[in-house]
Design a protein around this ligand. Structure first.
Ligand SMILES: N=c1c2ncn([C@@H]3O[C@H](COP(=O)(O)OP(=O)(O)OP(=O)(O)O)[C@@H](O)[C@H]3O)c2ncn1[C@@H]1O[C@H](COP(=O)(O)O)[C@@H](O)[C@H]1O
Length: 112
C-alpha cells in the first residue's frame, strides 16, 4: 500500500467537487448536500460498530474503509482534507494520552 494513498484520495475528492453527479458517486453526495453526507457517515459508523461487536474480522475492515472514506468526503465537503487530520495526528504523536488531555484542558478543548 502506498503511504500517499490519502493524498491521492484527497486529490480525487477535490476534483469530484466539480464533477457530474451522474458520473461520480462522490459528486452525487456533494450534490445531495451535507445532511446526506452526514447520514451516510452515521450509517457507516453504525455498520462498523455492529461488525466489531460481532467480531467479524473481514467485515470490520470493509466497514471501517467505508467509514474512513465517507469521513474524507465529509471533510472535502467542509473545505478540509485528510492532510489536515494527518497534521493533527502528527502533532499528537509521541504525546501520552494524559499529556494530550492536559493540553486540551488548558486551551478549553482545542489543544492546537
Ligand atoms: N473508496 C471509495 C468508496 N468506498 C465506498 N464507496 C461507495 O460508498 C457506498 C457505500 O454505501 P453502502 O455500503 O451503504 O452501499 P449502497 O447501498 O450502494 O449506498 P446508498 O445507495 O445507500 O448510498 C457505495 O456506493 C460504494 O461504492 C466508495 N466510492 C468511491 N471511493 C473512492 O472514491 C473515488 C471516486 O469515486 P467516484 O466519485 O464514484 O468516481 C474512487 O475512485 C475510489 O477511490
Amino acid at each position: 500500500m502506498s503511504d500517499d494513498l490519502l493524498g491521492r484520495l484527497d486529490a480525487v475528492l477535490e476534483q469530484r467537487r466539480q464533477a457530474d453527479p451522474q458520473d461520480s458517486y462522490v459528486a452525487s453526495l456533494h450534490a445531495a448536500g451535507l445532511d446526506r453526507i452526514l447520514r451516510k457517515l452515521g450509517e457507516e459508523c453504525t455498520e462498523t460498530v455492529v461488525a466489531a461487536k460481532n467480531g467479524e474480522g473481514e467485515k470490520i475492515v470493509y466497514e471501517t474503509a467505508d467509514l474512513w472514506f465517507h469521513s474524507l468526503v465529509m471533510l472535502s465537503h467542509c473545505g478540509l482534507d485528510a492532510a489536515a487530520v494527518l497534521d493533527e495526528l502528527e502533532r499528537r504523536f509521541g504525546l501520552s494520552g494524559h499529556q494530550e488531555k492536559a493540553a486540551r484542558d488548558k486551551t478549553g478543548g482545542d489543544a492546537r
